[in-house]
Design a protein around this ligand. Structure first.
Ligand SMILES: Nc1ncnc2c1ncn2[C@@H]1O[C@H](COP(=O)(O)OP(=O)(O)OP(=O)(O)O)[C@@H](O)[C@H]1O
Ligand SMILES: [Mg+2]
Length: 152
């Protein structure tokens, strides 16, 4: 089933000039970027985005981290892409992330793990609407869709 996931490159990814490399991984895999923008996330938006972690001891550090600089927010579309992107991202703790995953290749610490990706269809819907207006999502057909997907 075609799904959309919310992906955010955290401030360290932007500062370390990793945006291009990370976006390229999604494009090369056959996934479609249908929304993208850079933004400095406000404290309110960071707290709302990570509301599920409000009671955790790392919550304040997490909000500080996410609001410490510019981020790149994306909506990525593709077949069953929510779980797929989580696999491409790797484990929360980069020391446990497999080599070949984004965190496994570019990060070392949980508190500097460079990327966020939605963990379920419900989270994806909530997060996309938190960061993007409908008018900011672009619908288009990839000319090589029949090369990426078998039954199209
Ligand atoms: N034990 C921890 N210590 C410090 N920071 C943590 C810890 N656990 C999680 N975090 C931070 O909070 C973020 C959200 O944690 P979560 O459990 O949702 O992991 P995730 O789903 O892999 O990451 P994200 O939601 O950013 O994609 C992590 O990406 C990390 O930056
Ligand atoms: Mg999470």
């Amino acid at each position: 089933m075609i799904e959309r996931s919310f992906v955010m490159l955290k401030p360290d990814a932007v500062l370390r000039r990793l945006m291009g490399d990370i976006i390229n991984r999604f494009e090369a895999r056959g996934l479609k970027i249908v929304g993208v923008k850079m933004l400095n996330i406000s404290r309110e938006l960071a707290e709302e985005h990570y509301a599920e972690h409000e009671q955790k001891p790392f919550f304040n550090d997490l909000v500080e981290y996410i609001t410490s600089g510019s981020t790149l927010a994306m909506v990525v579309e593709g077949d069953d892409c929510i779980n797929l992107i989580r696999k491409m991202v790797g484990s929360t703790n980069p020391k446990e992330s497999d080599i070949g995953t984004i965190r496994g290749d570019y990060a070392l610490e949980t508190g500097r793990n460079i990327i966020h990706a939605s963990d379920s269809p419900k989270s994806a819907k909530r997060e996309i609407s938190l960061f993007f207006d409908d008018s900011e999502i672009c619908e288009y057909k990839m000319p090589d869709e029949h090369l990426v997907y078998e039954n199209i």
